[in-house]
Design a binder for this molecule. Sequence first.
Ligand SMILES: Cc1cc2nc3c(=O)[nH]c(=O)nc-3n(C[C@H](O)[C@H](O)[C@H](O)COP(=O)(O)O)c2cc1C
Length: 175
Amino acid sequence: MRTVIVYESMFGNTRAIAEAIGEGVAEHSDVTVLNLDDITEGALADVDLVVAGGPTHTFGMSRPQTRLDAANRQPYLVTQRVSLRDWLPTLADREAVVDVAVFCTKAAAPRWLPGSAAHSAARALKHRHIGLAAKPVVFHVEGMQGPLVPGELDRARDWGAELAHATKDLKRRRR
Ligand SMILES: Cc1cc2nc3c(=O)[nH]c(=O)nc-3n(C[C@H](O)[C@H](O)[C@H](O)COP(=O)(O)O)c2cc1C
């Protein structure tokens, strides 16, 4: 089985979560973790599971203006060119069926802050008739720029392992 994890990240928190998910996935699958900036044409060839994530900006996925806001907070952004919002629709262009799961990071406080990039991503995929292999998952950062809330990397590792195990099982039963 082959899994590709792609992420958009401004300050590095979503990248750290993506890498931890990758460690968990690796227990059951070959895995590549990629910054959306580094995606090449063939990156998703023969892939069974795509896990995609990004930071929550203004209640959903990032937009050009929110990325500018992020750049004003920190000059060097981890992902500079390709956003999750722009990239997700390309999954609908693929001929082969692929399982997709989405995740995001968002601020832990204030607790009432609604919305998440993962749920926005899930809606965008549903709109294009792409179902999800798992419910969207949200990981929390302290403040606007992180760090991650303690325990989130472990949770990401566990989720990755669970997801890859379930996908592998499903694949076996589909055969
Ligand atoms: C412009 C901007 C808008 C944000 N809006 C929200 C928001 O609506 N809700 C939220 O929970 N966090 C919000 N955040 C916090 C981000 O979710 C946080 O910076 C992100 O999870 C960090 O991940 P990264 O290091 O991978 O960029 C916002 C951050 C920025 C820079």
